[in-house]
Design a protein around this ligand. Structure first.
Ligand code: F6P
Ligand code: MG
Length: 439
């Protein structure tokens, strides 16, 4: 078998990985420090002097981290005592073992980008957990909530659209298919709203997304939605499969999460799926990623919204969860730096869980990077092969492009895109719905 290509890395000067480590990550750290500053009085009110001391400690740990990053210091082992600390330190050892003589230690502008970028978010978490009593403060909570509030109009329009489709019993098969395609595209464009690309600045959805879909179609570089439909509509008609399980590996909270919940609702109410399993992060991650707190917060805020469309959807979603038809999971593996091809060894329980799905939807750019091992595959390299043996169930990546990585394109397609838009890989303007599974 041919050797796998190199990892994306900030050692490639001028690359998107390089610019992320050089500019975007220090900016995110500065914003985190600023957030802690702004919550000083809240910490005081809650915990008195101890709260103030904790804030100071967290800030000093984060300033140290920013300095290490900006001066390209060696990556150091984690010192906290969390469930995953040991695995992280083992992974650092593994990174050391990959180095050639003369390379020195793993460091920010030299090691694989996926590893150092995940490590930065894990170090933010370490700074907070080491600062009791504010050890469970989510430094990104505010921006996630802002994104939700700023997207209210689009959320309202989307929920109204969903409610008009229900009950779906009256819909013809072609209508169900058409709506399924629409909601998949909405979930795709929802991924434009991540907050790590914008350095934590607001990136909400202001336009009415449903009416933009037609105009956005040319920006979908790979669209395998027909295969998803073929798979799910066949399962629906097969009496031997009374349970059809779709898993959604979530990405960002705020508007994107709403698009995923709307899609999940439609899958469920149209009986294309009978069970939906959501997978979120167990710690704050890449600024806007969903934690269980965000998930519950959003359902709760939907339910108590003054807008009827939103409150009706919120009440339905809570009921689905109560009935056990919607299940939320988290697992420490999702916030490790490992590529997904090693999941069977590192998190066999999670792999076994995913194998129960009939279809897994992987939302967002970071999931794509982990599916692809964050390697510099050729643009025309087959998706199935680039998954490097990760095939727990039929799967589909739904992501807008925010890194220099894409496989499965037609010969000449990448060259054409580069000629018309040199930044096509990194701005989130283009998207894919890329399927791997039996056709
Ligand atoms: O910071 C870089 C990055 O990994 C990009 O690849 C992407 O912009 C972002 O973080 C995460 O995006 P998403 O929320 O879609 O996974
Ligand atoms: Mg994200």
């Amino acid at each position: 078998m041919a050797e796998s290509p190199a990892f994306l890395s900030a050692k490639d000067e001028g690359s998107f990985a390089y610019l992320t480590i050089k500019d975007r990550t220090p900016q995110i750290l500065t914003k985190v420090i600023d957030t802690l500053h702004r919550h000083k009085s809240e910490f005081f009110e809650k915990h008195g002097e101890e709260g103030i001391e904790a804030e100071k400690k967290a800030i000093s740990l984060l300033s140290k981290l920013r300095n290490e990053l900006q001066t390209d210091k060696p990556i150091t082992p984690l010192v906290d005592k969390c469930v995953d600390t040991h695995i992280w330190n083992q992974y650092l050892e593994y990174q050391r073992s990959l180095l050639n003589e003369g390379d020195g230690e793993p460091r920010w502008f030299f090691s694989p980008w996926l590893f150092v970028e995940c490590y930065m978010y894990r170090r933010i978490h370490e700074a907070i957990v080491q600062s009791p009593p504010i050890h469970d403060f989510d430094v990104f909570k505010e921006s996630k909530e802002e994104n939700f509030f700023e997207s209210q109009d689009s959320i309202d329009a989307l929920c109204t659209h969903l409610l008009q489709l229900k009950p779906t019993k009256g819909l013809r098969e072609e209508q169900i298919q058409d709506e399924f395609f629409k909601l998949l595209q909405i979930s795709l464009w929802g991924n434009k709203c991540d907050l790590s690309l914008s350095g934590g600045e607001s990136s909400s959805q202001k336009a009415d997304i449903i009416n933009c879909l037609q105009d956005l179609k040319p920006f979908i570089l790979i669209n395998d939605t027909e295969s998803l439909w073929a798979l799910l509509s066949k399962l629906k008609k097969t009496v031997e499969t009374p349970v059809v399980r779709v898993d959604i590996v979530l990405d960002n909270s705020g508007f994107e999460l709403i698009t995923d919940l709307v899609l999940a609702d439609f899958l469920f109410s149209s009986e294309l799926a009978t069970e939906i399993h959501f997978h979120g992060k167990s710690i704050p991650w890449f600024v806007s990623d969903v934690t269980v707190h965000d998930f519950n917060w959003i359902v709760e805020h939907m339910k108590s919204s003054n807008l009827e469309s939103m409150s009706t959807c919120g009440a339905c979603w809570e009921a689905y969860a109560r009935m056990g038809r919607w299940v939320y999971h988290d697992h420490a593996f999702w916030t490790l730096p490992h590529p997904y091809c090693v999941m069977p060894q590192v998190a066999p329980d999670l792999y076994a869980e995913l194998q129960k799905a009939h279809l897994i939807l992987f939302k967002g750019d970071l999931n794509y990077r982990k599916l692809m091992g964050d390697r510099k595959w050729k643009f025309t390299f087959p998706f199935h092969q680039a998954l490097s043996g990760f095939h727990p169930a039929p799967l589909c990546s739904i992501r807008t492009l925010k890194c220099e990585l894409q496989v499965g394109l037609q010969p000449g397609q990448a060259e054409q895109l580069t000629a018309s838009d040199p930044h096509w890989l990194t701005t989130g303007r283009y998207g894919i719905l890329q399927f791997d599974g039996p056709l």
